[in-house]
Design a protein around this ligand. Structure first.
Ligand SMILES: NC(=O)c1ccc[n+]([C@@H]2O[C@H](COP(=O)([O-])OP(=O)(O)OC[C@H]3O[C@@H](n4cnc5c(N)ncnc54)[C@H](OP(=O)(O)O)[C@@H]3O)[C@@H](O)[C@H]2O)c1
Length: 335
């Protein structure tokens, strides 16, 4: 495990899923903070499917990372030097720290967190961006009502397993879609979902029709592509479709595919609404308090998949696109 400052830089564009050649490792010293800046030591780094979009130069919600730059990434970090009135040494923070062990940054780019409220890893997962994404996407856009059927894809992942549990809390019939028997067993046996579908086995449409005999009222979509097309086929009139992600299409961003069943959006009066967390940054306290309370009350669990050492970043990225993560994938950095 690295003890000197280490940065993972974006080296060159990737065809398909990023691989080892996409990244370069450097060991540059960390500058002292100037007025308003803090120096941080990163404790956890988040691995997100969005990584592929962040290194692809096309219209998006955020500018693409340029070759040679430190790779973008969320982190949880400890303040080790400060020239900010807001942060003192020993405080903890989260935000876009970059994929690096240390950094000196404008303190306004980071959000203070209280490590007494939860383990640090939680701020990367259920009490961080994935949890907030699940909360606002499902409740604000999906507006699920008791007795309605909610379908969730990437259901065993960082966002999906939180969505599934909130939907259960709201009294819905919840159908989870995930890849492989282990993930499906987790959703069925541990999270007690009403039905589970392994999308790698058999016909997805047949499985969906069986799992959602009354049709689908809310679909939380992390996958896009064929899965979204299949759910459209059984969506009820006025169903709400939360367009959170399209991970099945990220490896082929140069050749995007359209929806085959688009006309059902019209004929079934469906709503498809996209969002990113920047739409909700002003409301994250709401989500944080509810998610923390539900965890304390034993109503929700947050699954974390923790790797160790910044050197494993290239493999961690491959893992998330191969579906080898169980819950929120993150890297713990050494002391
Ligand atoms: N809008 C926002 O603000 C926002 C914020 C966070 C995340 N997201 C999006 O939400 C989705 C889930 O993100 P996450 O962070 O929670 O990741 P995650 O679900 O923990 O991990 C990604 C999962 O995607 C599935 N996957 C990978 N390649 C796939 C493919 N070709 N086809 C179908 N499934 C595939 C795998 O699960 P299986 O083994 O089940 O296939 C993998 O475990 C992503 O689309 C992400 O971009 C959006």
């Amino acid at each position: 495990m690295s003890t000197q400052p280490t940065q993972i830089r974006f080296a060159r564009p990737a065809q398909g899923v990023p691989d080892n050649d996409t990244w370069a490792v450097t060991h540059e010293p960390v500058p002292d903070p100037q007025d308003g800046e803090i120096t941080i030591k990163v404790r956890y780094l988040s691995i997100d499917p969005a990584i592929k979009g962040w290194i692809t130069d096309k219209k998006s919600y955020i500018e693409a990372v340029k070759p040679g730059e430190v790779m973008r990434g969320f982190g949880v970090a400890e303040v080790i030097a400060s020239r900010s009135d807001y942060f003192k040494v020993g405080d903890f923070c989260t935000g876009f720290t970059g994929i690096q062990t240390h950094a000196t940054m404008d303190s306004r780019q980071l959000r203070k967190i209280d490590p007494n409220l939860a383990p640090l890893s939680r701020f990367m997962g259920g009490l961080g961006m994935p949890g907030f994404t699940a909360y606002f996407g499902l409740l604000d856009i999906g507006n699920p009502q008791p007795g309605e059927t909610v379908v969730v894809s990437s259901a065993a992942g960082a966002v999906g397993h939180v969505v599934a549990q909130i939907a259960k809390l709201k009294g819905c019939r919840v159908v989870g879609i995930a890849g492989g028997p282990e993930k499906c067993a987790y959703l069925r046996d541990d999270l007690k979902l009403d039905a589970v579908i392994d999308y790698r086995e058999g016909s997805l449409l047949e499985a969906l029709s069986e799992a959602a005999p009354k049709g689908v009222d809310v679909y939380f979509d992390g996958v896009g592509g064929e899965t979204l097309d299949a759910v459209l086929m059984i969506a009820n009139r006025h169903a709400r479709i939360i367009a959170c992600g399209a991970v099945s299409t990220y490896a082929q961003m140069d050749a995007p595919q359209g929806l085959k069943n688009y006309t059902l959006v019209i004929t079934q009066s469906l709503m498809i609404k996209g969002f990113t967390m920047r739409d909700y940054m002003h409301r994250i306290k709401e989500a944080f308090v509810d998610l923390l309370t539900w965890e304390h009350e034993g109503k929700i669990v947050f699954r974390e998949h923790i790797l160790e050492g910044i050197e494993c970043y290239p493999d961690a990225v491959k893992m998330i696109f191969a579906g080898k993560n169980n819950g929120k994938l993150m890297i713990k950095l050494g002391d």
